[in-house]
Design a protein around this ligand. Structure first.
Ligand code: UDX
Ligand code: ADP
Length: 460
């Protein structure tokens, strides 16, 4: 099967960067990324590369190289589907907010819509690739819709889960640890192997059956999230025993069986994948009556929620048991550094908790817009949008953000926070100058000498 044209449905955090790199490395293939969201597509097409809809280091260079050569962004979904030999589905699959599986199962309505649209339009054989994170056995549902509603053409469904991490997406795509392709039809699998083979060594391209591929994605994220919850659980123990969590992480991480990565204690993991994927795993396990398995993995999320709560509670406790009417500055809103993505960010939940206690909040994040911050808070539905706007101020300067603060909390590990003139900040805040480092990014010793009272996770 020769692939001349690729279409990708969904121009988000997954579809955008992945297709940009596929197009960069395969100049002979025409890659068209489509989305229903006109604004998003316009931003992908903006001549000013600073206006791309997602912030990802190195993405601008890749887009500059391939865009309008063999990489196109369009809202004409039908045309792109019709012309393509291979179609990637990279639409969002949020956790269900209604009905059966509410709060746990993935909402597949966008995926199903795509499948129906592909089936209705396709007049020639197509390879359909699942790129979005999906529950196990979604490929089966996809194939069923395609085969039963199509125009009699052949569809081959492949699972090709994305392992890129935001903030390092381009690096992860250009030098992946592995590419995973699940499928049944060898020719279709080979067609996708050849696309990645343009830059990925063949021993890094793994092929499996569909279900193993789908499940591996959930399991990889569950294991990663489990490591964060494990070290976060230990951080609480460190705080009461006098141990230092960084020292513990270093000591255990040097054991090659454990490894040193993903042992950074924090205010809690966020992002669009970890929680959603574990909830999916839990939901699948429960649906097969595997209650112990479900409870085991659910605990990873419970620990994460506890970590966010206890961080906010600690601010309240330290500020003499009340933050009512006090100014709390949050530095960082993104779920990690080097991205403008805020999905499931710990900052949202910490802010919500403090707002419940009637604090005034000022936020500064180098890449997240005020509009997004209000949207995140409104989405929780804890209080009215008007109330969120009355209590929360978003500013463009960290120094302005810290003016007259009763406490400062670091919620994202942005590098620039380390380079601030903390003496200048100290002079602007109410004393005692409380600083809560939820990411372990600052030099606690140095700041203590400058007069700050520091609370660091996992340090007493
Ligand atoms: C994750 C997976 O890493 C990626 O393979 C998958 O495709 C999508 O989900 P992502 O969510 O983009 O990627 O970021 P990741 O670097 O995994 O971080 C997730 C969260 O865990 C962040 O909030 C991060 O701050 C937190 N984290 C990570 C920690 O708190 N401590 C750590 O040691 C590592
Ligand atoms: P992810 O992190 O998985 O990439 P995003 O929410 O960033 O998720 O991106 C998913 C994109 O998919 C959104 O821009 C959304 O508009 C788009 N989308 C969802 N359903 C469809 C559809 N049926 N056709 C085209 N685009 C879609």
């Amino acid at each position: 099967m020769k692939i001349d044209k690729i279409c990708c449905i969904g121009a988000g955090y997954v579809g955008g960067p992945t297709m940009s790199v596929i197009a960069q490395k395969n100049p002979q293939i025409q890659v068209t990324v489509v989305d229903l969201n006109h604004e998003r597509i316009a931003a992908w097409n903006d001549a000013d590369l600073n206006k791309l809809p997602i912030y990802e280091p190195g993405l601008d260079k890749v887009v500059a190289e391939a865009r309008n050569r063999n990489l196109f962004f369009s809202t004409d979904v039908e045309k792109a589907i019709d012309e393509a030999d291979m179609i990637f589905i990279s639409v969002n699959t949020p956790t269900k907010t209604y009905g059966k599986g509410k709060g746990q199962a993935a909402d597949l309505k966008y995926i199903e819509l795509c499948a129906r649209q592909i089936a209705a339009i396709a007049k020639s054989d197509k390879i359909v690739v699942e790129k979005s994170t999906l529950p196990v056995r979604t490929a089966e549902a996809l194939k069923s819709i395609l085969d039963h509603t199509g125009n009699g053409v052949n569809f081959h469904v492949l699972s090709n889960p994305e392992f890129l991490a935001e903030g390092t997406a381009i690096q992860d795509l250009q030098k992946p640890d592995r590419i995973l392709i699940g499928g049944e039809n060898q020719e279709a699998i080979q067609a996708l192997v050849d696309i990645y083979g343009a830059w990925v060594p063949t021993d890094r391209i793994i092929t499996t059956n569909l279900w193993s591929s789908e499940l591996s994605k959930l399991v990889a994220n569950a294991f990663l999230a489990q490591r964060v919850s494990s070290i976060n659980a230990i951080s609480e123990l460190c705080e009461v025993t006098g141990a230092n969590v960084d020292e513990v992480a270093r000591a255990i991480g040097m054991d090659s069986r454990i490894g040193s990565k993903f042992l950074r204690a924090s205010v809690g993991f966020g992002g669009s994948c970890f929680q959603k994927d574990i909830l999916n795993l839990v939901y699948i396990a429960r649906s097969y009556n595997l209650y112990e398995v479900a409870d085991y993995w659910e605990q990873v999320i419970m620990m994460n929620n506890h970590q966010k709560d206890r961080f906010a509670d600690n601010i309240i406790k330290t500020l003499y048991n009340t933050v009512n009417g006090k100014n709390i500055t949050l530095l960082g809103w993104a779920f990690k550094k080097d991205t403008n993505d805020t999905r499931e960010s710990a900052a949202i939940y910490v802010a919500d908790h403090l707002l419940d206690e009637e604090a005034f909040i000022t936020v500064y994040d180098p890449k997240v817009t005020a509009e997004q911050i209000y949207k995140d808070l409104d989405y929780l539905g804890t209080r009215s949008p008007a109330e969120n706007r009355r209590l929360v101020k978003v500013v463009n300067s960290p120094y302005q953000a810290c003016e007259q603060a009763h406490a400062i909390a670091i919620l994202t590990e942005w590098d620039e926070f380390k380079a601030y003139n903390w003496q200048q900040i100290y002079d602007k805040v109410f004393k005692p100058a409380f600083l809560f480092d939820g990411r372990g990014v600052l030099d606690g010793q140095q700041l203590m000498m400058q007069g700050f009272t520091i609370y660091g996770i996992g340090r007493c």
